[in-house]
Design a protein around this ligand. Structure first.
Ligand SMILES: [Zn+2]
Ligand SMILES: [Zn+2]
Length: 312
């Protein structure tokens, strides 16, 4: 039987009272199950954290001693108990170590997707499918108007750019995926990375995921026009707003983060509308509960077929 109150929001985040834990809490809690290491999901200061090894490594890099009191490292597809709930982490395909959180309680299955994507990405574990009674999905781009273009065609656009490129991207996940895509699909480009991205690359490599060919940025390197692509985090990208002699691009699924209407690079690590429909087809839920976004489109689309509840 599906319990309508299996998870609910309070001021600290999404809470499961049957297991007495929070999922990706927004404030420090006693027990947290964390889907992946992006800062909007993985905060510091929790007591007891359940997550994958990669997520723990990245949290330790970012937060050092305050990362968590105790890390309980869970391997993918290995069930464990939290309170009275059986929890299993399933690869989500979003970034290295990212997990969907399958929760089983009294015969019902609840699958929290976290952030996830279906597009191939050589820098993380590919998404895996399990069936569920309730799909608790992020719905950032759950709008029929949002269809992400093919990332390979997108990255190939940089082959036509002959000047050096300043490429803005989130340091964690997106930067490694871009290094990989450029190495594969624009191999003549020389990739330089900002120093803040280097320790993250090191964790990826330690876990056996080598993003590709790159070197650390040096001031003298970009003095000449020579197929350089310099990958920088958003803050640095914004501070170079008046940079001359470079083409500026920002890699994102969001229209409003693109530099302008001409210079676009639509590469997203989230599902688009078609991917969400595919996910629902694959996981076969009786109910869909939506988070972070646009649940109303799914509600209208499935009308009487699948019960859709907007959690937030
Ligand atoms: Zn994320
Ligand atoms: Zn997120």
């Amino acid at each position: 039987m599906i319990l309508d109150d299996f998870v609910s929001f309070d001021e600290k985040g999404l809470y499961c009272k049957y297991g007495d834990f929070y999922i990706d809490p927004q404030l420090p809690v006693k027990t947290a199950v964390i889907s992946h290491a992006h800062a909007d999901h993985a905060i510091s200061g929790n007591n007891n954290v359940y997550c994958t090894r990669a997520t723990a490594s990245i949290m330790q890099l970012r937060y050092d001693r305050t990362a968590a009191k105790v890390f309980n490292i869970a391997a993918f597809n290995q069930p464990f108990e939290v309170g009275r709930v059986t929890v299993t982490l399933i690869p989500a395909g979003h970034m290295l170590g990212s997990a969907q959180i399958l929760m089983e309680y009294e015969g019902a299955r609840y699958l929290y997707t976290g952030d996830y994507k279906l597009q191939p990405d050589a820098t993380c574990e590919p998404i895996e499918w399990v069936t569920t009674d309730v799909l608790i999905t992020e719905s950032t781009f759950a709008n029929p108007a949002v269809i992400h273009p093919d990332p390979v065609s997108e990255i190939r656009k940089i082959n036509d750019i002959k000047s050096n490129i300043l490429l803005g991207a989130y340091a964690l996940g997106k930067s490694q995926r871009l290094i990989n895509l450029i190495t594969e699909h624009a191999p003549q480009k020389k990739i330089l990375v900002h120093h803040k991205i280097m320790p993250i690359n090191a964790i990826y490599e330690k876990m056996g995921f080598h993003p590709g060919k790159y070197q650390i940025y040096g001031r003298k390197l970009m003095k000449v026009q020579d197929e350089f692509v310099y990958i920088v985090p958003p803050f640095t990208f914004d501070s170079y707003i008046r940079a001359t002699g470079v083409k500026r691009l920002f890699a994102s699924g969001w229209k409003n983060l693109q530099v302008n209407n001409q210079d676009t690079l639509f590469i997203s690590d989230h599902v688009d509308w078609n991917d969400i429909l595919q996910t629902i087809a694959n996981t076969k839920p009786k109910q869909v509960w939506t988070l972070h976004g646009k649940g109303e489109h799914l509600k209208a689309y499935f009308k009487d077929d699948i019960f859709v509840k907007i959690l937030n």
